[in-house]
Design a protein around this ligand. Structure first.
Ligand code: XMP
Length: 321
C-alpha cells in the first residue's frame, strides 16, 4: 500500500543519505520519468542538483518551452539548456534510413550531454547522475546492476573516464501510475505528468525521408493540431499515443484554392495499448478526424491529404520508422 506523499518522504530521505553534500546532474528529455526523478532529487538536495536539457530540435510544439519554463517554475530546479538543433540537423542531413537516424541522434545526444557535464564539472566535481529508471525497466533488463548501460539514448552510458558517475534512481521501485502520482504530489504540471509516450529520436523518425528544418516545421504544426483536437475531444488518456507521420517523399495531386497542388500526405496513427508491445488502432470519432483533417490542410499548404492508419501491432509497429 502506498501514497504519493509517503513515497516522496521515503525517497527524499534515501536520496539525502546517498548523496550527502555532493553534486548531482540530471538529463531532462521532456518526458515524465526524467522530470519526476529530477523533481524528487530537487526536493531532496535542492541546489546540489543541476539539470541539463539537450534540445535536439526534434521535440513537438511547446515541449522545449515546457521544460524551460513549466518544469523550472514548478520545481525551482537549476537548469542548463543546450540549444543543439543545428548540430542535430547537420548530422542528419541526407539521411533517410531509420536506424541510421537513431544512431546519429543517440551519438550526438551523448556528445552534447558530455560537453555540458564536462563544463559543469569544472568547479566542484559532480559525483552522481540521476536516471528515471522504472521498476518495469529493472525487471526487463534482468534485475539491473546499477551500471550505466543504455536502454534508450536518453540513458547516458559509455561516458568517458573523466566523467564517471554513480547512479541515483529514485523511481526504481515504481510503476508508471505511481510515478505520475508522485509527479503531481511534487507540483509538476498535468501536461508533463500525463504526457503520452514520445520516442527519444522525436519527430526525426516521423518524417519518412530526410529530416529538414522545413519538414520539421510542417510536421510540428500538423502534430500540434492533432494533439489539440484529440485533447479537446477528451481522448488524451484513452489513446496511448498518436504518432503523426509526414510522408515527405510521397506526392499526390490535390486541389487547393485556385489550382492543382502536388503535396505530401500526413498519416494519423492513434493507438490504444497497455505497454506498447501490442497495440490496436483507436476508433477515433469521425467528427474529430474531420476537424483534424480540415485544420491541417488549411494550416499547412504543403499537405493536401490526411490519412489514417488502421493497422494493429503486430503486424505494424506503432511508429512508422
Ligand atoms: P514501436 O514503433 O516499436 O514503438 O511499436 C513502441 C514504443 O516505443 C516507442 N519508440 C521509441 N522510443 N526511442 C524511444 O525512446 C526509439 O527509438 C523508439 N522507437 C519507438 C514508440 O513511440 C512506442 O511508444
Amino acid at each position: 500500500d502506498w501514497t504519493a506523499s509517503s513515497i516522496v518522504g521515503d525517497q527524499v530521505s534515501r536520496i539525502r543519505a546517498q548523496v550527502g553534500d555532493r553534486r548531482v546532474i540530471c538529463g531532462l528529455s521532456g518526458g515524465v520519468d526524467s522530470a519526476v526523478a529530477a523533481a524528487l532529487v530537487q526536493r531532496a538536495v535542492g541546489d546540489q542538483l543541476t539539470c541539463v536539457f539537450v534540445d535536439h530540435g526534434l521535440l513537438r510544439k511547446g515541449e522545449a518551452e515546457q521544460v524551460k519554463h513549466d518544469f523550472v517554475d514548478s520545481t525551482g530546479a537549476d537548469l542548463v539548456v543546450a540549444d543543439e538543433s543545428d548540430r542535430f540537423l547537420t548530422a542528419l542531413a541526407g539521411v533517410s534510413d531509420p536506424e541510421q537516424k537513431r544512431k546519429i541522434i543517440g551519438r550526438e545526444f551523448i556528445r552534447a550531454f558530455e560537453e555540458e557535464a564536462r563544463a559543469l564539472n569544472d568547479g566542484q566535481p559532480i559525483d552522481f547522475l540521476v536516471q528515471g529508471t522504472l521498476y518495469p525497466d529493472v525487471v526487463e533488463s534482468g534485475g539491473g546492476d546499477g551500471a550505466a548501460n543504455i536502454k534508450s539514448h536518453h540513458n547516458v552510458g559509455g561516458l568517458p573516464e573523466d566523467l564517471q558517475f554513480s547512479l541515483v534512481e529514485p523511481l526504481r521501485n515504481l510503476f508508471k501510475d505511481e510515478v505520475r502520482a508522485v509527479g503531481l504530489e511534487l507540483g509538476l504540471p498535468e501536461d508533463i505528468v500525463w504526457r503520452q509516450p514520445f520516442p527519444g529520436p522525436g519527430l526525426a523518425i516521423r518524417i519518412i525521408g530526410e529530416v529538414t528544418r522545413d519538414r520539421l516545421d510542417v510536421l510540428r504544426e500538423a502534430d500540434a493540431i492533432a494533439r489539440e483536437e484529440l485533447g479537446a475531444a477528451g481522448l488524451n488518456r484513452k489513446i496511448w499515443q498518436c504518432p503523426v507521420v509526414l510522408l515527405a517523399d510521397v506526392h499526390s495531386v490535390g486541389v487547393q484554392g485556385d489550382g492543382r497542388t502536388y503535396g505530401s500526405p500526413i498519416v494519423l496513427r492513434p493507438v490504444t495499448s497497455e505497454d506498447a508491445m501490442t497495440a490496436d488502432w483507436s476508433r477515433v470519432p469521425y467528427d474529430v478526424l474531420e476537424k483534424i483533417s480540415t485544420r491541417i490542410t488549411n494550416t499547412c499548404p504543403q499537405i493536401n491529404r490526411v490519412a489514417i492508419d488502421v493497422t494493429s501491432k503486430p503486424p505494424a509497429t506503432i511508429e512508422w520508422e
